[in-house]
Design a protein around this ligand. Structure first.
Ligand code: MG
Length: 312
């Protein structure tokens, strides 16, 4: 529905995109002329149509989208900009709240985590493991990730995850209705300092270091996917494949997560939920393959895109 409205709005601009949709609707935040804007990537992948009415992606999501509003907004800013001329920004540069994360939500990752901790794997939890990740600012595709080497003791790790962006306030939502509350999906890298998470016996600090929240390069709206979305997700480090799984393998799926959390928490429009990472993180190798300065991490989710960052 969201994509349909935006698509209709784009079609009504002076330089229309192709009459029929051939590829996905990609919504992005970008910097041009010293300011952040929200736009739609053209089907050619080379032009961005600015959606001028909204000051930010959160503003767009939270305001609700109608075709007439978007049409007017796009028409006022008629000429597209070249993708090669803009500075990439994360789709949601400043989340309204911390990211809600799932821990150990793929069985093979739960097993490798137990092994890394030196404990016996006794099966996955009957209950979803939720935690929070500080994210005052997220990190864009192509932007460097600071290693915080003075406190991370050579234990910096990557985690590719499917991130769900909530589209309207969700409270006491049933599993059956859950997808109606999803605005879209993006690629998320739940960067983690394993020494800190081990020492402090919880996830918060070690996953919340500044710059540890790469996401993007854009949001693809929910209606572009099947329910449930069945998407291959992979990570490479310097071109070496490390993670390769599919969101089919999620232990607690998207309807479970939204329905369960919303029984007691209003999930506000714009909330970001990182659904957990599959096996193949650096910690899971023996010896561990942690990230070093200069390493390039590439996270890709089928049907969404590729998020690439270098450690600095
Ligand atoms: Mg994670």
């Amino acid at each position: 529905m969201v994509a349909e409205n935006i698509n209709r709005a784009c079609k009504q601009t002076r330089k229309p995109v192709k009459a029929e949709r051939e590829t996905q609707m990609k919504l992005l935040t970008y910097r041009s002329g010293g300011r952040d804007h929200v736009g739609v990537l053209d089907y050619d992948g080379q032009h961005i149509w600015r959606i001028g009415k909204y000051s930010s992606m959160l503003d767009l999501i939270q305001s609700g989208i109608s075709a007439s509003e978007l049409s007017a907004a796009s028409a006022r800013h008629g000429e597209p900009v070249l993708f090669s001329d803009i500075t990439k920004r994360p789709p949601i540069p400043n989340p309204a709240q911390d990211i809600i994360c799932l821990g150990l939500n793929y069985s093979a990752h739960a097993e490798e985590s137990a092994k890394a901790a030196g404990t016996n794997f006794v099966g996955t939890s009957d209950y979803a493991i939720y935690f929070s990740k500080r994210a005052s600012e997220t990190t864009a595709d192509g932007e460097a990730i600071p290693g915080h080497w003075e406190i991370t003791e050579n234990a910096v790790d990557y985690e590719v995850e499917l991130a769900v962006v909530i589209g309207r306030d969700a409270f006491k939502v049933s599993k059956e209705d859950a997808y109606d509350y999803v605005f879209g999906y993006t690629v998320f890298n739940d960067m983690s300092a394993r020494n800190i998470q081990r020492n402090h016996k919880q996830f918060y600090f070690g996953k919340s270091l500044d710059g540890f929240c790469p996401m993007g390069p854009w949001i693809v709206t929910e209606d572009e996917f099947n329910r449930p979305p069945s998407l291959r997700l992979r990570t490479w480090v310097n071109g070496e494949l490390r993670q390769d799984s599919n969101t089919d393998e999620l232990i607690f799926d998207i309807p479970h997560i939204i329905s369960e959390l919303s029984q007691g928490i209003v999930l506000k429009a714009g909330t970001i939920i990182a659904t957990g990472t599959p096996a193949g993180v650096g910690m899971g190798f023996s010896p561990p393959k942690y990230l070093q300065k200069g390493d390039v991490i590439t996270c890709e989710i089928e049907g969404i895109g590729r998020l690439e960052n270098e450690m600095e």
